[in-house]
Design a protein around this ligand. Structure first.
Ligand SMILES: *Cc1c(COP(=O)(O)O)cnc(C)c1O
Length: 390
């Protein structure tokens, strides 16, 4: 037997050879349209801080006030003595914003998805997932004990064909509201109709729609005009547009109560620091008082797409803040990202297994904190460098 060390070394070397090796950046500043990396200011086009709230003074003040009053650690899980007033107030605010009777906080989106799927599904049930769903949804479905089926990306007839083939057990259809690496919006109205016809529940992970889309930032489900009957399980995160950390699931009271009783990722983990909940409450307030952030972001998205089209960049069909540039080859995606970095722009190269083989890309994200000039600079550098690499 070669042993762990040899196996680890061989896997690392293989990753390098395949251009799939990943490296972390160390930031020396807060999130923002520019960030400091290795002593240099660069323009940041890879953050999910879509509204520019991660370092907003009111959100920072929310965190500080929360820490002054509640300290740092929550001390225990929610069910022991870790559930504090800011957690409770945030759950109520999130339920109201999403138009659902109740919401339940989780420490992360990964944990909300795996915990919810594990609690809701049983052996004998079937779960149907879009093949481009986020890894946390796929993992939760695979580990749930239910029969796991993937359907072609946003292909409702394909889903419906699979749904019709199942006659026993409960059926749950799961999609990203806005797909995290492609930026396109799921066909939520058609999915909800297909679920209704086939007696299935629909779960939407709105990590990238919540805060950004829909009335008051309520998300992609509200933007599609769908309610809790159409989408009984709504999940979203607080670490992206809200600029904080954590996640929640919203729905009818019995669903939420069943998660409290049986979601292992809810029960067996320490609650988020109360100060983070207090910061997220401030971010939720800003969603209504600073609607200009969503409008400015919309305008930047239109500007970027028009500019990219004009110079023939290979855009994908996305109208969201996620504007990927399809490259294909992992090595080329890395090279383009490195060239942009030299020019002072930070854009991540997304490679397998995060995306399917042969579809490596630059995942460009725009935020409300960017200016038109910064987007124009991005377009200018992209046009130059893409011509060298693609
Ligand atoms: C980021 C993300 C998650 C995970 O959320 P975390 O809070 O970062 O763990 C889940 N689903 C989607 C679609 C995401 O983009």
């Amino acid at each position: 037997m070669p042993g762990f060390n040899e196996r680890i070394q061989a896997a690392l070397e293989q990753r390098r050879r395949d251009d799939l090796y990943r490296q972390r950046l160390t930031l020396e500043s807060s999130q923002g349209p520019t960030v400091r990396v290795e002593g240099r200011e660069v323009l940041n086009f890879c953050s999910n801080d879509y509204l520019g709230l991660a370092a907003h003074p009111e959100v920072v003040a929310g965190l500080c006030e929360g820490a002054e009053r509640y300290g740092v650690g929550s001390g225990a899980s929610h069910l022991v003595c870790g559930h504090s007033a800011p957690h409770h107030a945030l759950e109520e605010a999130l339920a109201e914003l999403t138009g659902r009777p109740r919401a339940l906080l989780f420490s992360s989106g990964y944990s909300a998805n795996t915990g919810t799927l594990g609690s809701l599904l049983q052996k004998g049930d079937s779960v149907f997932q879009d093949r481009l769903n986020h890894a946390s949804l796929l993992d939760g479905g695979l580990h749930s004990g239910a029969r796991f089926q993937r359907f072609r990306h946003s292909d409702v007839p394909h889903l419906e064909h699979k749904l019709a083939g199942v006659t026993e057990g409960e059926k749950l259809v799961v999609v990203d509201g806005v797909f995290s690496m492609d930026g396109d919006v799921a066909p939520l109205t058609d999915l909800a109709a297909a679920c209704r016809r086939n007696n299935a529940w629909l779960m939407v992970d709105d990590a990238h729609g919540f805060g950004v889309m829909g009335p008051g930032g309520a998300g992609s489900v509200a933007a599609a005009g769908l309610d809790v009957d159409d989408v009984p399980v709504l999940m979203a995160t607080l670490g992206k547009a809200l600029g904080c950390a954590g996640a929640f699931v919203a729905g009818e009271a019995p669903l939420i109560e069943s998660l409290v009783q049986s979601a292992r990722n809810y029960i067996y983990t320490t609650a988020l620091p109360p100060a983070v909940a207090s910061a997220a409450l401030a971010a939720v307030r800003l969603l209504t008082t600073e609607a200009w952030r969503r409008e400015h972001l919309e305008q930047l998205i239109r500007r970027f797409r028009a500019g990219a089209e004009a110079v023939g960049l290979p855009l994908m069909a996305s109208t969201s803040a996620i504007q990927p540039l399809l490259v294909g080859d992992a090595g080329k995606a890395l090279e383009l990202s490195a060239r942009l970095r030299v020019a002072g722009l930070l854009v991540g190269a997304i490679r397998p297994p995060t995306v399917p083989a042969g579809t490596s890309r630059l995942r460009i994200t725009l935020t409300a904190a960017h200016s038109e000039q910064q987007v124009d600079r991005l377009l200018e550098v992209l046009a130059e460098e893409a011509a060298q690499v693609l």
